[in-house]
Design a protein around this ligand. Sequence first.
Ligand code: HPA
Ligand code: ZN
Length: 327
Amino acid sequence: MRDELAYRLPKAELHVHAEACLEPELLLQIAERNGHDLPYASIDEVRRAYEWSDLGAFLDLYYRHIEVLRTETDFRQLVESYMSHAAEQGVRHVEMFFDPQAHTRRGVPLATVVDGLAAGLDSGAREHGISGALIACFIRELGVESAQETLAELAELPAFERIVGIGLDSIEEGFPPPLFAPLYAQARALGLLGVIHAGEAGPGENVGLALSVLGVERIDHGVRCGDDAASIAALRERGTALTVCPLSNVRIGMYETLADHPVAQLLRDGLEVTINSDGPAYFGGYIADNWVAVQRQFDLDVDDLVTLARRSIAVSFATAERKAQLL
Ligand code: HPA
Ligand code: ZN
């Protein structure tokens, strides 16, 4: 009964990367269409490749698979594939990350990427009633200047209006949030909101730094915030939401099992936790699959699930009108 509720409750997904929605079947289909050679003879071989020891190993495979994506159709199909799964998982609103630099550095024009993703959002709205927007994530190890140049190019696109915010992802260690202060200032000036992957593979103090220096609206992951009292205090004081992705953290090897994951503690501590998929094609589940896994592991009750659902909508960047429809 609680499993069914986890699927059925209307919810928003706030931490999912478009490029990590590339299911093995779609990967092979797009590779074949684009004449892109992959080192796999079958779906099973692709699935066997989805095993890593850490974030770096995951990112290597993720960026290699991204290379199959070349046309507007590819990007549209990626989002459409997500939308059809998400509809079955009770998703009514999605804020989808994409990595513009992962495409421009291979020579794929930004307009191709954003127009394709926007067409996928349109299909989701039309076919499943799911509202959606994009969040442009920048690859931290490419540095602040590359991110700023890419953001300026995004702002020139007709489809720029589909982008509601910016984020930072990829390698966290060695790239503390303050390095990116000029990027977040530029984003604000363009009318965008800010999120950031922080306190995932990097130290918990990155959460507090992201709040105090960058002024972000949400923290992606943030699961290591418990290591840093100042970060916890800042999260509480501001009521900032965390977009936690438990199955991703376990698959990437941050925690040996779900039982070791701090999500239940963070919920008990009264932080504004949301539970999301991160990359459903890579981490063993879509959003409600994550909810069910956490609910079974930590014995969440009906009220906990209802709180998660309502909070996901409340802390989303949806318009007040859309929130009123969903809450
Ligand atoms: N963390 C860091 N980089 C990423 C992630 C993530 O969860 N997903 C895609 N790139
Ligand atoms: Zn992520």
